[in-house]
Design a protein around this ligand. Sequence first.
Ligand code: GLC
Length: 447
Amino acid sequence: MDDYSADGPIVAEEDLNTRSLNVLKANDNGSHTTPTKIYPHQWLWDSCFIAIGLRHSNPERAAKEIANLVHGQWANGMIPHMIFNKDRKYRLERESWRSWLSPFAPDKLSTSGITQPPMLADAVVKVGAKMNATERREFYHYMYEPLVAYHTWLYAERDPHNEGLTLQIHPNEVGMDNTPPWVKQLYEHNYPWWIAAIEKLHLDPAVNFIRRDTRRVNPGQRISNMEALLLWDVVRRLRRKHYDIDKILHRSLFATEDITFNSILIRNNDQLRNIAKFLKRELPKELHSNMKQTEEALEQLYDPESKQYYSRDFITHKLIIEPSIGSLMPLYAGSISKERAEELVEMLKDHKQYWLHHPVPSVPLNSKYFSAERYWQGPTWVNTNWLIIDGLKRYGFEEEAEDLRQRTIAMVDSAGFYEYFSPIDGKGLGAENFSWTAALTIDLLNN
Ligand code: GLC
């Protein structure tokens, strides 16, 4: 690995910190921060990353950011991946999910009907670390029951066979909308005749008329129209079942035990245990044993032949052998052995796969899906870099963590606060002034 600090660009850190804070200020909606101006709602894992950055200058505001997510929590414990903006002009977006069809959805606001990677407990602990003991206790008290209810729901609904791994029912639950393993699954299991007809007749460009994202961002940097249709179709199916998991799974062909989601769950289970310990509370026994089981079950996602982890099809129990950045996420989980972590780091440092000039691409360079500018099929994202840096440090790979930290900061400093970046030339892609890029840059600068 080359030493970036020796010949890399010099970053004016204070200035970058101030510019990052300005991005967060511009996207601040009072009770929460939107991901960018063009995504006007609140997202679960975005707010967790945002709070992790905000805590350095304003822990109180950071706490408010994540406490606001609790307002969207469903009566069954689920924390939804989106809380919709109430403005009249977003009626169609609320309508597309119609959360009110579920008896568990909150009355006063509209949300989506799925969740997102459960980053909340880690964000709570990291924000709490910036508070004095009294404030921390108060904040942890406020968040404890909602967190226990959320993690309990994850096992009750999403681990129906008590196997230790939770299943996901829509790619958006993983936060990587068009990541190759999920695209593969969508094409194999979720291909209604009318979408096939649209594809055959090359009518998919017509979908651009109803897409909001491609009006503001170059369509070549977003998911394809076919992928957008397939994702929309999954929402339609979930909505028709009123988000009732038994009905959704009944004769379903489509559910995935995702490697990113389950790795993040393991780490956040650990943080929830830390919160309970601080408050001198006992976690429910069943939850406690479920948590332990997940750590062991993650090993079932390991493929000895390629020496990496993959997501698994919940129905067939077959690994989905399609490399993506998800394969590196067990580093963040922190529960795998040092030997496994070494294998993953070797893969990370391979110039033909992940160690490009602006690492870490969302898909390795040698994948048939690799496309430097297309969303979760090649670009480098600051949040996944942050998760990997954190994992590297946990396993003692200090040098690699520091190299990646510096490269990430330098990339943002020279390109700007983009949503994602080309791993080849570092060009900024997607939306500008993206909140988690700014927030996690602050966190990387302060660590
Ligand atoms: C996209 C991303 C997802 C993010 C959301 C809001 O859907 O794939 O990870 O949470 O935008 O920024």
